[in-house]
Write a protein that binds this ligand. Sequence first.
Ligand code: TRP
Length: 331
Amino acid sequence: METVVSGIRSTGKLHLGNYYGAIQNFVKMQHEYNCFFFIADWHSLTTHPTPSDLHSNVKQVLVEYLAAGLDPEKSTLYVQSDVPETTELYLYLNMNAYVGELERSTSFKDKIRAQPDNVNAGLLTYPVLMAADIILHRATKVPVGKDQEQHLEMSRTFANRFNRLYNHDYFPEPYAFNFSDNLVRIPGLDGKGKMGKSEGEGNAVYLSDSPEIIRKKVMKAVTDSGPTAENQEKPVEIQNLFDLLKVVSTPDTYEHFDNLYNTCQIRYGDLKKQLAEDMIIATTPIRNRINDISQDTSYLRQVARHGAIKARESASKTIREVREIIGFRSF
Ligand code: TRP
């Protein structure tokens, strides 16, 4: 069975875009592959979070992934910093990752622009740590978004370079992977891009948002003054609302509002009310589970321990073999 690895940055609450774009994929994948999903808390150190923020972010991501349907019995769900083997592989890979190629990565250049006063070496070697995460389990499939394509290419480079250096066909090449062909793009509520892409408070609907907050955010979504001709093309901000409707509402509901639009009879207030109610229906069971699971410290502890044990089994096997290949041998 092929191995899947994906890391989830612990940067806070999950929104509908994360859910429909990524998590639903993970949930399906866990039935068909040998899956490792981990919370990338070491990666989050590049921005120097406070100890209490670090901990609460890790907890939140773990809680929300469990609430959204990741099953710790089916996939290996772990916290990166619970698997020290990762850092050992990171060290080995660093010895044959070149400063020049790391400096050329687009994510590094973006980071220099975003945090010019904190251009630390951890940022530079972020792609090396990511490669270590992946090849530690000798994974071939990595479910990530388009923005991670260059990182995966670097992972393949480091894996191949290791193989060549030691003349050993040990690490397989990891590739970005999407479970479903029809990628759903979840737009935000501000009429601009993807959900979560811009920082505006009202742009994203979070899985943990209460019904009142969801209603408020959706009612504030950007619209125009309405169609003026039958069957006219929808402007971006209106298309976005219909795209969201397509994801959370029934096909009948979608068609109903589409017809009203096409015959110039639409009232955006009605559409938004319906959209908000259907988002509430979709998120309520998840929100309830988030609230329950976050209270259950002993369950969380058990999940994290169980995940760490399973991840370390796989990781320590790799490290044992890598040490042998490199030439660390006992007397
Ligand atoms: N860089 C990824 C992101 O920003 C997170 C990540 C860290 C990751 N390690 C990984 C993703 C390993 C896939 C595999 O989203």
